[in-house]
Design a protein. Structure first.
Length: 409
């Protein structure tokens, strides 16, 4: 049996929570585990909500970490619909919305993130949706069945994935974005253009470089979006996809160090003894990158949830996994690993068939690979990870040369 505290409280009921409690039991922790989650659902993963589940390709049960029986069989006390309203860091106790309190020797904060709301008149009208939960995904799927024209505000990953799902359902889609290209802040213009072309070819109307003044309606429901220049774009449905913000209020009010998330060390320990944080809220020190980073992706929630559990058990944990994410849009599948701040690279080296959308992109700075992305190529991630972590200088011509194996770079 693993060493560890006599009890663990997990605050937050998402994917990171599910992997944390799974790891605690797998590592031999036999003492009490309590999970308090604001949603009425057991822990589940979110990528299918904008991909296969939204499109009706997978069953509802497939998105959950475990069936309900797993938690009872493993003596995990899961309290659903239980919103934590206050944290006493010194006493390691949490107050819930119903006034009850729950405490433990060790606390793991995995409170996740929420969609950013549009600061626009009309954003509270019916027919203006956001995606975060499984319930949101189901509402969007149902609404798309009766929608002729969907307007999406924001051209990030969520917006583009929902655009693809809507086009596959034969819904007309217009995307409004203040930047000049979709994803340009994440990928840079060279690769962002690939996604712009992909959506244009599938019939999406991209309106880039535009500002929005309001969402208009008939008094109850949204009927369109007005641009700053006065143009009105009609819509049956509006989706706001303008990013997410971490749910750090609980930690901040408790006096934990917060700076673009809850600040944690490489072992995912917060500034308060006996309290850890993981997933979307964790601004974690990364020993390979030698900086604090916060990552809002599925893989990070999964891996950090498990790592935090091991750290709670007293194991020597130094979380050094590179950020990883993926997307599926139409016939394009993509994987990305590494870390690149916006504008933090010198050049992008492209390898393979870019027009045919079967290529690898490498982002470099001073000759070193910071990150890499495989588009419809499924053996690129391990070599990219090795290049990033090694920090060695790699010749651009060699990266570009498809006669050189990825494993030999």
């Amino acid at each position: 049996m693993a060493e560890g505290p006599v009890s663990v409280l997990v605050v937050g009921g998402g994917f990171a929570a599910g992997h944390a409690v799974t790891t605690l039991r797998a590592e031999g922790f036999a003492a009490g585990i309590t999970v308090v989650g604001a949603e009425p659902h057991l822990p589940y993963e979110r990528p299918p909500l904008s991909k296969d589940y939204l499109q009706g390709k997978t069953e509802r049960d497939s998105v959950f970490n475990h069936p309900a029986s797993w938690y009872s069989e493993h003596a995990v006390d899961v309290r659903l619909g239980a919103t934590a309203t206050a944290l006493d860091a010194a006493a390691r106790r949490v107050t819930l919305a119903d006034g009850s309190e729950v405490g433990a020797e060790a606390i793991l904060l995995v409170t996740g993130a929420r969609p950013r709301r549009l600061p626009l008149p009309g954003s509270d009208l019916a027919g203006v949706l956001m995606l975060r939960t499984i319930d949101d995904s189901e509402v969007i799927a149902q609404q798309l069945q009766h929608t002729r024209h969907l307007v999406i505000i924001g051209a990030g990953w969520i917006g583009l994935e929902i655009a693809a799902a809507a086009r596959l359902a034969d819904v007309a889609v217009t995307i409004l974005e203040k930047a000049e290209l979709p994803l340009v802040g994440v990928l840079g213009p060279e690769v962002a253009q690939v996604f712009a072309d992909l959506h244009t070819e599938h019939g999406v109307t991209l309106r880039m470089g535009v500002g929005i003044s309001e969402i208009v309606g008939d008094g109850t429901r949204a009927t369109g979006v007005r641009l700053e220049d006065g143009e009105l774009i009609d819509a049956d449905l509006v989706l706001a996809a303008v990013g997410a913000q971490p749910n750090v209020e609980l930690a901040e009010e408790a006096g934990l160090k917060v700076d673009n998330g809850v600040v944690v060390d490489a072992g995912l320990r917060t500034s308060a003894p006996g309290i850890w944080a993981a997933g979307d809220i964790a601004n974690a020190y990364h020993p390979v990158l030698d900086k604090q980073i916060r990552v809002e992706h599925w893989d990070n929630a999964k891996q950090q949830g498990a790592a935090a559990a091991r750290s709670i058990l007293g194991q020597d944990v130094s979380y050094d996994r590179l950020p990883y994410f993926f997307t599926d849009q139409y016939d394009l599948g993509m994987e990305y690993t590494g870390y690149m701040a916006p504008g933090g690279y010198d050049e992008v080296v492209l390898r393979g068939d870019v027009p045919g959308r079967e290529f690898v992109a490498f982002w470099r700075s001073e000759g070193r690979v910071l990150a890499g992305m495989g588009v419809n190529i499924w053996d690129a991630m391990d070599p990219v990870r090795e290049l990033v972590t090694s920090r060695r200088v790699v010749n651009a011509d060699r990266l570009r040369d498809t006669s050189v194996s990825l494993t030999d770079l």
